[in-house]
Design a protein around this ligand. Structure first.
Ligand SMILES: Nc1ncnc2c1ncn2[C@@H]1O[C@H](COP(=O)(O)OP(=O)(O)OP(=O)(O)O)[C@@H](O)[C@H]1O
Ligand SMILES: [Mg+2]
Length: 223
């Protein structure tokens, strides 16, 4: 099973939207796609969106093994619940997907890469725990260069080379100058290539998001 970790440069950049679209695209192409939101803070919406996008009918506890109540960073949310987050159940859940015969597992991170999970453990550490490939989702417009390069540095410091960046559009209309030039600038600075610019999609079904991913994102590596 190939595990693809959809990391984000920040919270709210579109990890759920893009991960759902990629999961749907791969399942439209006949892959058996499992999904995980290993740690949720403040609700199960992301896990449910991913499951619906992939057509994955596994129990929510398998898709989202660590569900924290408060919409806060996991370390703070866990402290409020007097819990200590252990990543072992996350790796065990991923193994279950492999055992059940899924060929691809799409995993959504939570927040950005250096969001603390507990003292000395960060969201980025999930990538190794899961033996995953990494795709970075960044917003497409102004500000993306800095956030994307910082995230790439955090990955490379841990010897993780991302497969590429998906630049996600958070608004409609013509591409702005930053949206047109950011992918190339980030490539020049880091050598990390763009997998594409994901369009702004208003009220779109899983199928339509999947088709958009097939059209705009280079998924050849996973097809
Ligand atoms: N390409 C897009 N087209 C239309 N709306 C989008 C797109 N990308 C993101 N959005 C909207 O922007 C908001 C944030 O997106 P999303 O929930 O996917 O971010 P996230 O990175 O998963 O956030 P979190 O850190 O909370 O998990 C949502 O309301 C989502 O519907
Ligand atoms: Mg999300």
């Amino acid at each position: 099973m190939r595990t693809v970790f959809i990391a984000g440069t920040d919270t709210g950049v579109g990890k759920t939207v893009v991960a759902g679209a990629v999961a749907s695209a791969l399942s439209l192409r006949g892959r058996r796609v499992g999904v995980m939101k290993p740690i949720s803070c403040g609700g199960l919406e992301d896990a449910r969106h991913l499951a619906a996008s992939a057509g994955c009918a596994e129990p929510i506890e398998l898709i989202n093994p660590i569900a924290l109540e408060h919409p806060l960073s996991p370390n703070v949310a866990a402290r409020l619940e007097r819990r200590r987050i252990d990543l072992k159940p996350v790796a065990a859940a991923a193994c279950q997907f492999a055992r059940k015969g899924y060929d691809t597992l799409i995993v959504e991170g939570c927040g950005g890469l250096l969001v603390p999970v507990r003292r000395g453990v960060y969201v980025v550490d999930l990538i190794r725990e899961l033996g995953a490939e990494t795709v970075l989702v960044s917003r497409s417009g102004l500000g993306a260069i800095n956030h994307t390069l910082l995230s790439i540095e955090a990955l490379e410091r841990r010897r993780i080379r991302p497969a590429g960046v998906i630049y996600n559009r958070l608004g409609a209309g013509e591409l702005t100058i930053p949206e047109r030039t950011n992918p190339e600038v980030v490539f020049e600075c880091s050598g990390v290539r763009s997998l594409g610019v994901f369009p702004y999609l208003k009220s779109c079904t899983a199928r339509c998001a999947g088709r958009a991913a097939l059209k705009h994102i280079d998924l050849t590596r996973w097809l």
